[in-house]
Design a protein around this ligand. Structure first.
Ligand code: NAP
Length: 281
């Protein structure tokens, strides 16, 4: 699995990780999703993204179960504190709760889910404290505009590892300012909802372009989309897949290299649109 530097953390992460929003919470589909998560780790998709919000903590528990028995250094777990919980004390408590649900001793990455009601310096002070206590290795933000991202970084002693944001072929707004602002500061971009939850293929003309490129590379349209989104050296993607088949397909996307012509054709078929506020879900 292709890996690249994750901001200035000193660690390398796979370009393609695994999302877990809406992971089935019970029954056979839930067990299949747990199997898929483990298969993804075997294939090198070790960056697992979750949040205390997902299933109100249930998804963290399911991930914890799925990870049991896998050596701790074989996966990289990212979770997020809800903005309403992100006071200084609330952030410390949220990290403890997530660690307990995940059963993972420490978090690799702790993010503020989106800008919220608590002063950003309070949350960042708690992040630094968690790093000092060894409960969290790295910290970052999510859904932050470029200036908000830089402000968060300015309040931290630790480096701001990443900004996790909406990015897919129909939502390319981050390419106007955020991608370059993050590159300049060596902050990683983590692309969430890279398939637009299945909607990225709705554009008829764009679909034809992706299908042609996929045929030429003996790949699938989902793999082409992931390769396009991660074409910059500091951008990662975290597709969610609840089946082994989808996980295997997504993992294989890391080996797909698009050439300049492919990139130009996709760029034209899925226009960037005009600059505006950050799109979120
Ligand atoms: P997504 O990854 O864009 O799409 C997930 C959908 O794509 C699922 O229905 C999945 O089906 C399907 N899929 C996955 N691989 C496929 C493949 N190879 N072929 C065909 N279909 C495939 O949507 P998302 O879950 O919203 O985003 C990914 C992750 O980003 C989330 O799970 C979450 O971890 C994170 N996220 C973060 C935020 C934030 O505010 N920070 C917001 C949203 C999402 P199956 O499940 O049936 O496999």
């Amino acid at each position: 699995m292709k890996k690249r530097a994750f901001g200035t953390t000193g660690v390398e992460l796979p370009t393609i990780g695994q999302g877990t929003w809406d992971m089935p919470e019970s029954g056979p589909r839930s067990r299949e999703a747990q199997r898929a998560l483990r298969r993804g780790i075997e294939l090198g998709m070790t960056h697992i993204d979750t949040a205390e919000m997902y299933g109100s903590g249930r998804v963290e528990q399911l991930i914890g179960e799925a990870l049991r028995g896998i050596p701790r250094d074989r996966y990289f777990i990212a979770t997020k504190v809800l903005p309403t919980n992100a006071s200084y004390r609330g952030t410390l408590a949220a990290a403890e709760r997530s660690i307990a649900r995940l059963g993972c001793e420490y978090l690799d990455l702790f993010l503020l889910h989106w800008p919220g009601p608590h002063a950003i310096d309070e949350t960042m002070r708690a992040f630094d404290e968690l790093v000092a206590q060894g409960k969290v290795r790295f910290v970052g933000v999510s859904n932050f505009e470029p200036d908000e991202m830089l402000e968060a970084a300015a309040h931290l002693r630790a480096p701001l590892a990443c900004n996790q944001v909406l990015y897919n072929l129909n939502e390319r707004g981050i390419e106007h300012r955020l991608v370059s602002a993050a590159r300049e500061r060596e902050i990683a971009i983590v692309a969430y909802t890279p398939f637009g939850r299945g909607r990225f293929l709705r554009s008829g003309a764009g679909r034809g372009v992706l299908e042609r490129i996929a045929r030429e590379h003996d790949a699938t349209v989902h793999q082409v989309a992931l390769a396009f989104l991660t074409r910059e050296a500091h951008v990662f993607a975290i597709p969610k897949a609840a089946s082994v088949e989808h996980v295997e397909e997504n993992a294989a996307a890391a080996a797909l290299a698009l050439d300049a012509e492919d990139v130009a054709a996709i760029d034209a078929a899925f226009p960037r649109g005009v600059a505006g506020p950050l799109a979120t879900l």
